[in-house]
Design a protein around this ligand. Structure first.
Ligand SMILES: [Zn+2]
Length: 168
C-alpha cells in the first residue's frame, strides 16, 4: 500500500480492479484462466483453475477466488483476501459439493439451495420435441391395441351370432 495515498482515496479507487465483468448470472463459475491475469490480490497464471464469485453489490461483476498454494488457502480478489468471508465460503461449498465429493453433487443440487453451476450431465434431459415424439408413439401403440381389442370383440359377436343361428 502506498503511504502517500490517503485511506479514503485508496478505499474509493483501488489501484487494481478487484472484480471482472462477466456476462453470466450464476453465483459461481469455475474456470481456467486462458492467460495470466491480476485481479485485486489475485495473480492468476494461465492454465490455473479459479472461481468467479458474483458480487452482491455490483451486478455483472465477479470476484476471483483462487487457491494460493504457497499459503495453502483460498484467496479472494476482494479486500478480504485470505480472511474468511462470504466469497471464500461460497467457493469452498462449491468445491466440497462438486469437486471433492462429486457423488453428492446431485443431492446438493436437488436441495433448496441455490443452484450454483450445473455440472455437465451424463444423460441429457429430453427435449420437448423428443417428448412429443414419445407421446405420439405411445398414442399410436394404444390405438393399435384398442383396434385389436375391437376386432376381437367383433369376432366374438359374429361367432355368437352364428352359434345362435345354429341353435335357432
Ligand atoms: Zn472476497
Amino acid at each position: 500500500m502506498n503511504h502517500s495515498t490517503s485511506k479514503r482515496t485508496a478505499k474509493a479507487q483501488p489501484q487494481v480492479e478487484s472484480t471482472v465483468s462477466l456476462s453470466i448470472t450464476a453465483k459461481l463459475m469455475k474456470f481456467t484462466a486462458r492467460q495470466d491475469l491480476v485481479v485485486g490480490n489475485c495473480r492468476v497464471k494461465a492454465g490455473e483453475t479459479c472461481f468467479a464469485v458474483r458480487s452482491e453489490r455490483r451486478p455483472g461483476r465477479y470476484y476471483i477466488v483462487r487457491f494460493n498454494t504457497e499459503r495453502n488457502t483460498y484467496q479472494c480478489s476482494c479486500g478480504a483476501n485470505t480472511c474468511e468471508h462470504e466469497h471464500l465460503k461460497t467457493t469452498r461449498e462449491y468445491v466440497l459439493t462438486h469437486v471433492v465429493v462429486p457423488a453428492k453433487a446431485e443431492q446438493a443440487q436437488s436441495s433448496s439451495q441455490e443452484t450454483i453451476v450445473k455440472a455437465p450431465e451424463m444423460t441429457m434431459p429430453l427435449t420437448a420435441a423428443q417428448w412429443r415424439e414419445i407421446m405420439k408413439r405411445d398414442k399410436a401403440r394404444q390405438n393399435a391395441e384398442k383396434a385389436k381389442d375391437w376386432a376381437r370383440i367383433e369376432d366374438a359377436r359374429e361367432q355368437s351370432k352364428r352359434e345362435t343361428a345354429l341353435v335357432g
